[in-house]
Design a binder for this molecule. Structure first.
Ligand SMILES: Cc1cc2nc3c(=O)[nH]c(=O)nc-3n(C[C@H](O)[C@H](O)[C@H](O)COP(=O)(O)OP(=O)(O)OC[C@H]3O[C@@H](n4cnc5c(N)ncnc54)[C@H](O)[C@@H]3O)c2cc1C
Ligand code: FES
Length: 286
């Protein structure tokens, strides 16, 4: 029988992966979650990855695009991706149904620095559909094998409206857990919404997490990040206590083609996860 290739054998060649589940996440139907099973490989043993890493998904005859892994390595049997319908490849992903095949390369990139987070309070701040890899991180830290390795976990997550929140059932379940503090906010609620209203940076200021022994991970639209960073700095966070994940147009995903570089860094290989201290140095170096 033909042996399936593992992720490390030839990183340029996609392996086959089958869609084993799909779900529309948001009321506007722009965000769809797909669960993939890489052919011949068990997840996570045969496809080891860490929260924050990404894969290249290819649709035969359409093209390839990078997506953050939304599942956690503690979840067995599938890789999850949540995809915003933006153009050619993402529209084709939205048409996928259970049983369809795609190409898959990865995992690529640097993960969130979990070893550094150990023993510390972790504040996860997300906005919009950038919450995908943050879901991976939160699920990983909440896993019963891992939970004692971390201090407090605070999650602040916002969307424009209640219907645009991702992973709603999971958020409800997290809200009932006493081993994390969850703040879900929307810019504008509706008649059924009884949660927080307001922008993510304002909720960060209201929650006021102490910077002492704390790391923050911030992923979201640039405008949210722009206004959240000063709030964290006011609270005493230093650049090496705050991490984010960058999105750039990519091709190889391997640091070879030069498509994604910022200054001397390749976002695909040196990132996509960077600390603000790293990014600040990059601006100064340029
Ligand atoms: C590391 C990484 C992780 C990502 N994770 C996710 C994820 O979890 N979910 C998700 O939905 N998307 C994610 N993206 C973005 C995703 O790769 C793009 O939306 C996708 O490449 C668009 O492909 P397309 O062929 O559908 O669009 P195209 O037809 O190529 O373009 C459609 C529109 O999208 C814009 N666009 C294309 N690529 C990007 C990009 N990288 N950043 C911003 N705008 C872009 C184009 O300018 C154009 O306006 C990630 C990107 C990176 C680099
Ligand atoms: S995508 Fe090719 S170098 Fe980063």
């Amino acid at each position: 029988m033909r042996q399936e290739r593992g992720p490390a054998v030839n990183p340029y060649l996609p392996m086959r992966a089958r869609v084993i589940g799909t779900r529309i996440e948001t009321d506007d139907r722009m965000l769809k979650t797909i669960d993939l099973s890489p052919a011949g490989l068990k997840v996570p043993e045969g496809f080891p990855f860490k929260p924050g890493q990404f894969c290249e998904i290819s649709i035969f005859g359409r093209g390839e695009a990078p997506f953050g892994i939304a599942s956690s390595p503690t979840e067995v049997g599938f890789l999850r991706f949540t995809v915003n319908r933006a153009g050619l490849v993402t529209a084709a992903i939205h048409r996928l149904e259970k049983g369809d095949e795609v190409g898959l390369r990865g995992p690529f990139g640097k993960a969130f620095p979990i070893d550094l987070f150990e023993g510390n309070h972790v504040v996860v701040i997300g906005g919009g559909f950038a919450f995908t890899t943050l879901r991976s991180l939160v699920v990983y830290m909440l896993d019963k094998q891992n939970r004692s390795r971390f201090g407090g976990i605070t999650v602040i997550y916002g969307a424009r409206s209640p219907g645009l929140l991702l992973y709603r059932e999971e958020l409800t379940a997290w809200g009932r857990q006493d081993d994390l503090d969850l703040y879900v906010t929307v810019d504008q609620g509706d008649q059924d919404w009884d949660g927080l209203e307001g922008f993510v940076p304002d909720v960060v200021a209201r929650v006021s997490p102490s910077a002492k022994g704390t790391y923050a991970v911030v992923c979201g639209p640039p405008i949210m990040i722009k206004f959240t960073l000063p709030r964290l700095l006011e609270l005493g966070f230093q650049g090496d206590q705050v991490y984010t994940s960058l999105e750039r147009r990519m091709k190889c995903g391997l640091g070879k083609c030069g498509r994604c570089n910022i200054g001397h860094l390749y976002v695909c290989k040196d990132g996509p996860v960077f600390s603000y201290a790293q990014l600040a140095r990059l601006v100064l170096d340029d």
